[in-house]
Design a protein around this ligand. Structure first.
Ligand code: CP
Length: 314
């Protein structure tokens, strides 16, 4: 694997999930693989889990890690052919090449604008780094995908799954802010590419891009969707059609214990951070249903599986 930006960069999802599970059992087995190699993590947006788990994954592989908050430096210019007489002090053409002198692998977190659908869905910033970097790029969540999260989610479902063909439900839930579609797009893409059945439930107006959900069942009745579910993955996202807008804040879509009781003793999943009693009732997070801490823990081993795979190809 050269870059890790989506499920399409992965040769075998099954093998990568297995690798994550194996690394969890023996995280320091490949401690010498990353010796004298440096991972540079660039954050254009905040992070708790991705930042810490990816660093931990790299340290487990013996790598050096440098983390840079890109919001604290100067703005980068990503457009070609412009006269740089604004507040943007450095062009991506130089910046990506310069960072490549210090890094063996670069990780990038860059959220969408939620105003320019065309640019966001072209994954403009991530692809500019790929175009101009001299070393592999790992997405730490881009405008439209969060592949490290999705891989950790598949590891978690493999660990906790009780049946061979689980019923997986992706449910929209309310949130006061307009949020990206990245986690939901990515979850749907990974689950469907792994050959699992997926039901997506949301109020009308929250249809995700078909590029990510082709093959999923769309169910507008949330309680009907939850019946018999083995996994309920919850996430808020803003409208794809009315791009970046909040189409509904219907509190009735919050995940409650009564709704989880409709499932097949299913697991409640969320990438975190999550707002208690807005997205999900606190008693669900405190109950046997919650798998959110397992998911967060598995972020380390998902990242480690990806970094190991890239290091082996250098
Ligand atoms: N789930 C996730 O990516 O969390 P952070 O935004 O804290 O990295």
């Amino acid at each position: 694997m050269r870059n890790f930006t989506s499920v399409h960069d992965v040769k075998s999802i099954k093998d990568l999930v297995k690798e994550g599970i194996k690394l969890k059992k023996n995280p320091l087995k490949y401690k010498s693989l990353g010796q004298d190699k440096t991972l540079v993590l660039l954050f254009f947006n905040p992070s708790l889990r991705t930042r810490l788990s990816t660093q931990k994954a790299a340290l487990n592989l013996g790598m050096n890690v440098i983390v840079m908050n890109m919001t604290e430096g100067w703005n980068l210019e990503f457009e070609d052919g412009v006269t740089m007489n604004t507040d943007k002090a450095e062009h991506i053409k130089e910046a990506a090449k310069v960072i490549s002198q210090y890094a063996d692998i670069i990780g990038i977190r860059t959220f969408p604008s939620l105003t320019d659908k065309k640019k966001d869905y072209a994954d403009f910033i991530l692809n500019k780094f790929i175009e101009h970097s001299e070393v592999p790029i790992v997405s730490l969540e881009s405008a439209i995908r969060h592949p490290l999260q999705s891989l950790a989610d598949l590891v978690t479902m493999k660990e906790l799954g009780k049946v061979k063909k689980p019923k997986v439900v992706l449910s929209w839930a309310p949130h006061p802010r307009a949020l990206p579609q990245a986690v939901s797009n990515s979850f749907a893409e990974w689950v469907l590419n792994a050959g699992m059945d997926l039901t997506i439930t949301h109020p009308k107006g929250y249809e995700l891009s078909k590029a990510f959900t082709k093959g999923a069942t769309i169910e507008y009745d949330q309680e009907k969707a939850f019946k018999g579910a083995d996994f309920v993955y919850t996430k808020n996202w803003s409208s794809f059609k009315k791009y970046g807008k909040i189409a509904s804040t219907d509190k009735n879509w919050m995940i409650t214990k009564a709704k989880m009781d409709l499932t097949n003793n299913g697991k409640f999943m969320h990438c975190l951070p999550v707002r208690r009693n807005v997205v999900v009732a606190g008693d669900v997070l405190d109950s046997k249903y919650a798998a959110v801490i397992n998911q967060a823990n598995n972020r380390t081993y998902a990242a480690q599986a990806v970094l190991k795979n890239i290091l082996e190809s250098l």
